[in-house]
Design a protein around this ligand. Structure first.
Ligand code: FMN
Length: 134
């Protein structure tokens, strides 16, 4: 799913996208948009993701006004991407793209297309913001 999201973002001219499983909190503020992929386990996001947010909050990492999106595979309840967006919106004052993209278990071609579309839409919104500022 993350690969498809990145592919969608990269299809927009002038946008660079980095796909990573780990990101040091200090570098978060160097991105214009952060798109989080997270599966739901025990009605929650994964521990690594929680730790990232905890650490970013502790270090007062400023993400205000940056674009955020979330997506993830789930089995039956799928809370994680929604929780992630809530934190990005309420704690970090990010500009969130709602609703999150949820895919039940393994993504099929249709779901991967939705992932590409999410990446593309977010990337296009960044281009529009830049053009507006210029
Ligand atoms: C131990 C365990 C707990 C899970 N808890 C939930 C849950 O609370 N809600 C849900 O929607 N899916 C739950 N799932 C299903 C996973 O979200 C689903 O298998 C998802 O596709 C996992 O994505 P991943 O393979 O990218 O880790 C759980 C799966 C496991 C193995």
């Amino acid at each position: 799913m993350a690969e498809a999201v990145a592919e969608g973002a990269l299809s927009v001219q002038g946008v660079e996208a980095e796909l990573t499983y780990y990101v040091p909190t200090e570098t978060l503020s160097s991105y214009d948009a952060i798109l989080v992929g997270v599966p739901t386990y025990h009605h929650d996001m994964t521990i690594d993701m929680k730790k990232l947010f905890e650490e970013a909050a502790e270090k007062n990492i400023n993400l205000q006004g940056k674009t955020a999106a979330a997506f993830g595979s789930y089995g039956w309840s799928g809370e994680a991407p929604k929780l992630v967006l809530e934190i990005m919106k309420n704690k970090f004052a990010m500009n969130v793209a709602e609703p999150p993209l949820l895919v039940r278990y393994e993504p099929d071609q249709g779901a991967l297309e939705k992932c590409r579309d999410l990446g593309k839409r977010v990337a296009e919104s960044l281009i529009h913001v830049t053009q507006h500022v210029l």
